[in-house]
Write a protein that binds this ligand. Sequence first.
Ligand code: NAD
Length: 494
Amino acid sequence: MANTDVIKNFIDGEWRDSVSGTRIEVDDPSNAETIAVVAEAGPEEVELAVAAAHRVFRERVLIDMHPYDRGRMLFRVADAIEARGDEIATINCIETGKTLNGAHDEVRTAIRYLRYYGGLADKLEGRSIPRGANLVDYTVRSPFGVSAQIVPWNNPLELTARSLACAIATGNSVVVKSPELAPLSGIEIARACESAGLPAGAVNVLTGYGQTTGQALIEHPDVRHIVFTGSVVTGRTVLKTASERIVPCIMELGGKSAAVVYSDANLDCVVEAVRIGTFFNAGQNCNGLTRLLVERSIADELVERVKVCVEGLSVGPGRENCDITPLISQKQRQGVERACETALSQGARLVIGGTALSERSGYFMAATVFADVARDSSLFHKETFGPVLAVTAFDNPKMAVELANGTDQGLAAGVFTRNLDRALWTADRLWAGQAYVNGWYVGGVETPFGGINQSGYGREKGQEALDGYVQTRNVGIQISQPSGSCSSRQGGTP
Ligand code: NAD
């Protein structure tokens, strides 16, 4: 798919080269070869994109549209992606390194978000508030204006689609800052918006680095809403900037999600959950299964079963649908290697893996399992964003829940047991935005998703997501009496 043409930014309905002429090279993580060159958006492009999005808002282009028509626009974007689904999946697979099957799933999920929120566009209603005679009172759920959307590289297509769809459904205009390591999926969304005939400036897609382009975008005075999906560390910086101008944010941050496995669990289900939850996309999933908390009586047996599973995983490029695909970059892999070294130095027992697969030209890392991971160790607390599982044993349900909730994050969690009472008791106490029972990634497009504690706040997915894209305004109307006299407000306390 090598493309020698410079891919431009999508601003105000046009494809524009960057004023600075600087470029970003995009790698195939499976072999480190350059697959595309993208124009790097700088402050000038941020200015143009926000100006276009702000004009769309100021002129009420989306707000005055019938919500049904905003929804239909999103359906057309979904249709445009679907029409080129195979091509877009290939691009997504090659730039992120994930499997082709996974990339096809990502395309399908992106389409689902666009159709789901397109369908909800005309169902978001305000309310009428009874206030006695002479007063009519109602609420309006209004957009914020220009929504700046900062996207990470692990699922760039579906994450761009999910925030953009909510914003357009509710009448906000959008400037996306796509991830510098995987910008091509965002470009494909822009192409789909163009062919779907969205009004110029309603959606703008920029590619640039976070600390320059991303920072300039969130600092822009006409940005009135930020959706940030990324790491806790960057999230803090984003929030500091947002606090200067009191800009509301949706924060979708990282996690260190734990699965509690009781001794009566179906261990085949658990191993399958680990295969998908820990190792899919080389573990680069915000809600991946990164900690396995196992009832002590079955800990050795389960660790052995997981080890056998890992030994059977194939390693290779995503386009061959191998089980273990590369990490996104050399830097990412070095971070994961360091996390493994630290785990060893802090007394964890290496069961399998633990090293980079440096005989390969891409950024491959061995699927890794550590047992006896202590609750005060780094591996227990810090997101590695790599194919690394930390196993810790527990003695009773109370201890299991304490361990599960024993980090600063709270994105997802899970419980495996055949006992319904224990499943419900545990799920109720798992302090995470989403809890899975007897499986992993059990949530979907229509189920609310987001963090607790340092995993962030606000919700994406599900109907709840729309609440984060609107602000409630209230209108009170005083009614004149038939006599024509204008009576003052009646009926009790203000
Ligand atoms: P990151 O925080 O390094 O970068 C995320 C995005 O922020 C990138 O587009 C980057 O360019 C941009 N950025 C960096 N500095 C910025 C700044 N000062 N101002 C504005 N933008 C800036 O994260 P990453 O490495 O790209 O992604 C991995 C992280 O994302 C993991 O922590 C993962 O858990 C998290 N994530 C969360 C979710 C979720 O829904 N909760 C989904 C996917 C990934």
